[in-house]
Design a binder for this molecule. Structure first.
Ligand code: ADP
Length: 516
């Protein structure tokens, strides 16, 4: 067999020719590009290429026979794969590379090249056979995948960074708050605590985290009230708010704690984690108690001499000489008014301290409710010509309760209606029976109260900011009214709109106090 310079084979033997033609046809039918190089000729030239190779590269057989394969890389010579091929040729070994090749028209394609040596009987490498596949699509897909991966990694890195930042931000808040925070799992194991907890309860992180809350420090947290409170949180998901727990801790003594517990919510779903926030209110409660004690003592101490002064002023009025000057009479009258006012204020303070200490006692008796309303309104109306009080009553007969206390409530609501509606005249008192409740409403058309303040005006000593300068008062009246109504089993509330007026209403249950 010999090969012409156009790559044609010529044969002397017919049967070999037939075999060979069959072989070449088979190679031409292959869909992978195949070339054969002659390793024994200088520069290892191509001596055969199949049809698929022509299709793959765009070169005709005539154009490449006799050339070294390197023309496939055109000017793109700086590829490490070229060295792998060179070494394989030199060593007479096979190799597999993925290399950038160029078609005749200059288009790049990725060639997956398998190169194997063909050896003669003596073991000398006579030829190399190269099998080529265009893997450009796979390479493209790989490149796109890589790009996507890179982008994804970049995004993950950015997200991780911002997560880390918000985590640091959150943990700096958690560590700065002046509340002790504990996170528990469903079995009450402590997952984490903040610094404040460690500081207040004088424990270390090691002896706390991972431990069962109720076993902490020889069971010092095994507090019955706390246990049953936590049992409520998980099944219902309802938070427990401002729950007071008092406990005597071995190292730090008695502590009064305000506990809030929430089931931790994450992306809308509840996880079996409980966040407990503990505020140590021992000191605050102590200060409050001392303040209450002071108020109680001060008002008692003031009341006694004031009663004496009041008696003397009454005597002065009684024994006023007939020829006393008008000026003198006016001074005695004014003194009486101011002493009465002072007396009322001190009585209010005494009421507060009695309520605080739970010493206030109800003297329940059946009384005529309508008459009580009528008399109270008449008394206030007589002293207040500036306003006109209308009573609309749906006959309620007798009620069993502490009449003087209910009078105190109605008077208080009426004097507030007068005080905080200086520019309007009308005040309406409406009484009715709703189901088995007595309902009383006092409506004024005065300054009104905004929604936020409405929630707080029943607190002790709370006054709406802007009234302080214009109207006298201590912010006690409504607190006392609220307590009195609660003591009767009823409730007191307000509906109000700024600059339109307010309606204070209370209900009293009849079954508690209904007279036979
Ligand atoms: P005081 O009148 O002595 O301040 P109260 O406890 O009776 O104390 O009232 C608490 C606060 O509620 C008042 O300071 C006032 O700001 C507001 N308030 C009470 N009644 C009325 C009302 N009828 N209209 C507007 N504000 C009112």
């Amino acid at each position: 067999m010999s090969i012409s310079n156009t790559g044609e084979f010529s044969f002397s033997n017919n049967s070999i020719r037939q075999d060979f033609e069959l072989l070449t046809k088979a190679l031409d039918a292959s869909i992978t590009g195949i070339i054969i190089t002659d390793n024994q000729l200088p520069d290892n030239p191509i001596i055969y290429s199949n049809a698929a190779f022509e299709r793959l590269t765009g070169y005709t057989r005539k154009e490449i026979i006799g050339h070294n394969c390197r023309f496939l890389q055109k000017d793109d010579r700086n590829q490490p794969e070229r060295k792998i091929i060179r070494d394989a040729v030199e060593q007479g070994e096979s190799c597999v590379v993925e290399i950038r090749n160029y078609k005749k028209n200059g288009t790049l394609f990725w060639n997956e090249l398998y190169m194997s040596p063909i050896k003669d009987e003596a073991g000398t490498v006579t030829h190399f056979i190269g099998v080529q596949n265009d893997i450009s699509r796979r390479k493209q897909a790989e490149r796109e995948l890589k790009q996507q991966q890179d982008q994804m990694e970049k995004k993950i890195a950015e997200r991780t960074k911002s997560l880390r930042e918000s985590e640091e931000y959150l943990s700096s808040i958690v560590e700065t708050v002046r509340e002790s925070l504990i996170v528990l799992d469903a079995q009450s194991n402590i997952l984490s605590v903040n610094e404040h907890f460690l500081r207040i309860f004088k424990v270390s992180r090691e002896e706390t985290e991972g431990k069962l809350l109720f076993e902490l420090g020889n069971g010092q947290w095994s507090i019955g009230k706390l246990r049953s409170m936590l049992e409520q949180v998980l099944p219902t998901s309802n938070p427990v708010l401002d729950f007071e727990v008092e406990h005597d801790f071995p190292h730090i003594g008695k502590k009064l704690m305000l506990v809030n517990a929430y089931r931790v919510e994450f992306e809308g779903s509840h996880k079996d984690r409980i966040l407990i926030a503990i505020e140590d209110i021992t000191e605050r409660r102590d200060i409050e108690k001392r303040k209450d004690d002071f108020l109680s003592i001060a008002s008692h101490e003031l009341k006694t001499p004031l009663t004496t002064v009041k008696g003397f002023v009454q005597m002065m009025s009684k024994f006023m000489p007939a020829d006393a000057s008008d000026k003198f009479k006016s001074i005695v009258d004014k003194t009486t008014i101011h002493i009465n006012r002072l007396n009322d204020l001190i009585s209010e303070l005494l009421d507060v301290s009695r309520l605080q200490s739970g010493l206030i006692s109800l003297h329940k008796e059946a009384f005529d409710f309508d008459k009580m309303i009528k008399d109270t309104v008449e008394g206030i109306q007589a002293a207040t010509p500036s306003h006109h009080i209308t009573v609309k009553s749906r006959a309620i007969t007798t009620y069993n309760g502490d009449e003087s206390h209910i009078i105190q409530v109605v008077s208080n609501l009426l004097s507030n209606a007068i005080k905080y509606a200086p520019d309007s005249k009308e005040i309406l008192v409406y009484t009715s029976l709703v189901s088995n409740y007595i309902k009383v409403s006092v409506t004024d058309y005065g300054m009104g109260i905004n929604t936020d303040d409405q929630k707080r005006i029943f607190d002790r000593f709370y006054r709406v900011g802007n009234v302080q300068q214009r109207f006298p008062g201590m912010g006690i009246g409504l607190y006392v009214c609220d307590q009195i109504i609660k003591n009767h089993g009823g409730s007191l509330w307000v509906d109000s709109e700024i600059a339109k007026g307010s309606t204070f209403s209370f209900t009293l249950p009849l079954e508690e106090g209904k007279a036979e």
